[in-house]
Design a protein around this ligand. Structure first.
Ligand code: PEP
Ligand code: MG
Length: 312
């Protein structure tokens, strides 16, 4: 019965008491964006641009990049599309942006940190996003930086975006950002929580390791606490806070995230209907009560069981 419900779900996502929750797609290129547009996603919450360049030996020109980004913008005209600047490094090396071999690449020069050693790559990417938006007649695309760890990085990135008419945001992947969420959010227009990396860095557990699944679990109460701190800042400053890691695709956890104050969820496009169906079965008050209880849970398993008991 649930399967049939999921198959026939048409969106948009609304809780049982009528609160809209924006469900968005994670994509890697224009083709995936076009596919997502055929489904129920309302827009793109995470365009992983580095995945376009995993084999690029030299940096594509601004015009060539604009063509690639434009293919994604075109799939959702007038809708929210969040372009993430290159998250090169660590598990996603980009030949033209990476440089030395690192002992510990997950803690090395990746994401926004590449700016310091790759002259102008970030600026040219922002130029290309602005050009693509102009060509598509989009007014103010959302652009966010991965792996931000300091308020200075956030402020510099925001200035570079605003100079080009782009709406700046940052990903919350490093615990430091969640701990000082309000200071960071004061500098930008939105947050997007990357639970894959936030969990990896909070639990000090490699997200690629098959031996550490208990640790790389976004239900870990310490991770949920950091998400709560992040979402609270969004509520206080009246700015959107999304989640774009795998956690958003877990229907039960999605309810908890909404209860914590998260305003949008971005996931594989195929996961959208199951999350939409589950959100339709619960009220915001139920989600908030589940959020309150999981924050007090001692273990990931206890958190999951508490949420299931309250929401299923
Ligand atoms: C994340 O870290 O949760 C995220 C969405 O980014 P990526 O998986 O591309 O590192
Ligand atoms: Mg990440």
């Amino acid at each position: 019965a649930l399967r049939a419900e999921i198959r026939s779900w048409t969106g948009p996502a609304v809780t049982a008491d009528g609160q809209r929750v924006q469900l968005l797609a994670n994509v890697a290129d224009g083709k995936a964006a076009a596919k997502a547009a055929e489904g129920q996603a309302e827009g793109i919450g995470l365009f992983r641009t580095e995945l376009c360049f995993l084999t690029a030996q030299s940096e594509p020109s601004v015009e060539e990049q604009a063509r690639i980004y434009g293919d994604v913008l075109r799939a959702f005209p007038g809708r929210k599309v969040v372009v993430r600047t290159l998250d090169a490094g660590s598990d996603k090396p980009v030949p033209f942006a990476n440089h030395e071999n690192e002992e510990n690449p997950a803690l090395g020069v990746r994401g926004i940190r590449l700016g310091a050693t790759n002259d102008g790559v970030l600026e040219r990417q922002l130029d290309a996003v602005a050009l693509a938006a102009q060509q598509q007649g989009e007014r103010e695309p959302w652009v966010m930086a991965p792996m931000v760890a300091t308020v200075d990085e956030a402020a510099e990135f925001a200035a570079a975006c605003r100079a080009r008419g782009l709406k700046p945001g940052i990903m919350v992947e490093v615990p430091a950002v969640a701990l000082l969420a309000e200071q960071f959010l004061a500098e930008v227009e939105f947050f997007s929580i990357g639970t894959n990396d936030l969990t990896q860095y909070t639990m000090a557990a490699d997200r690629m390791s098959s031996h550490l699944a208990t640790l790389t679990d976004p239900w870990q109460p310490a991770v949920l606490r950091l998400i709560a701190m992040t979402a609270d800042a969004g509520v206080r400053l009246g700015k959107p806070v999304g989640v774009c890691g795998e956690a958003a695709a877990d229907p039960l956890l999605a309810c908890v995230l909404v209860g914590l104050g998260v305003t949008s969820l971005s996931m594989a496009a195929s996961a959208v209907p199951a999350v939409g169906v589950q959100l339709g079965k619960v009220t915001v008050a139920q989600c908030q009560e589940a959020a309150r209880q999981v924050l007090a849970a001692p273990t990931a398993r206890a958190a999951k069981e508490l949420a299931a008991g309250l929401l299923e």
